[in-house]
Design a binder for this molecule. Structure first.
Ligand code: ZN
Length: 240
């Protein structure tokens, strides 16, 4: 297996930051995305725009950015009934998890990424999972992913290394990491060309990006931004 990485790239802020991180870390990088019937399919459109603009704005950083794999996982929408894949309001379920939780989603994503990695000779898998200010999704936990790394390696008789550069940092530090990867130009690209809002709203541009402003994903992104912008005295965030 080569020192090649496959990045789970959804078109959101976290995975875009991970993609920039991976391009600095590995000599060759490919991306993978999943169409699972998410309501905010706008993410899938945005991810293409991001990849194009990322390449044109950062020709040096992206010179080793290879193929993008888009995988149809509509089966996830068919077998789960969540606020991300159905017409439901976002609320907490009995287990204390938001009903945006799609059971098994990250397990499936990483398993598919490993299978693609097997074929593409890529041993490193990179994902934006984080348990610092996450919504309690159990498949974002560090222990889940460490266990999955072992399982994938055994099940495919191949050494995989799962990288989660955001695991122990909060949203403000994720903005900071983007800045470290490509300065304010990278931060601006992430603001404009990534998507986080659960409702798929891109009608209004806030200092932190597009979104409805009051779903849990927007709230997390906005509050991280305001902490980051305060720290960086980034004037774009000063009004929020
Ligand atoms: Zn929103």
């Amino acid at each position: 297996m080569d020192e090649k990485a496959i990045v789970l790239f959804s078109g959101g802020q976290d995975s875009a930051t991970c993609l920039a991180w991976a391009l600095k870390e590995f000599p060759s990088v490919e991306t993978i995305g999943f169409d699972y019937g998410q309501n905010h399919s706008v993410e899938l459109e945005v991810r293409q725009v991001f990849l194009e603009n990322f390449r044109s704005s950062f020709p040096d950083l992206t010179k080793n950015l290879g193929e993008d794999h888009l995988v149809d996982l509509s089966v996830l929408g068919a077998i789960s009934d969540t606020a991300l894949t159905g017409e439901r309001e976002i609320e907490m379920n009995e287990a204390g998890l938001p009903n945006t939780f799609v059971p098994g989603r990250n397990l499936l994503f990483l398993t598919i990424a490993a299978a693609v990695g097997y074929r593409r000779n890529a041993k490193h898998l990179v994902g934006g999972m984080c348990e610092t200010d996450y919504s309690g999704y159990p498949d974002c936990r560090d222990d889940t992913l460490k266990s999955l790394q072992v399982t994938l390696g055994l099940g495919m008789d191949t050494r995989y290394v799962l990288h989660t550069p955001l695991m122990w940092i909060d949203k403000a530090k994720t903005w900071q990491l983007a800045n470290e990867m490509g300065g304010t130009e990278m931060v601006d690209l992430i603001i404009k060309d990534t998507h986080t809002c659960y409702r798929g709203d891109r009608s209004k541009l806030h200092p932190w990006g597009y979104g409805c402003g009051d779903c849990p994903a927007c709230e997390l992104r906005a509050s991280g931004w305001s902490v980051y912008a305060d720290g960086a005295s980034h004037q774009e965030g000063a009004g929020q």
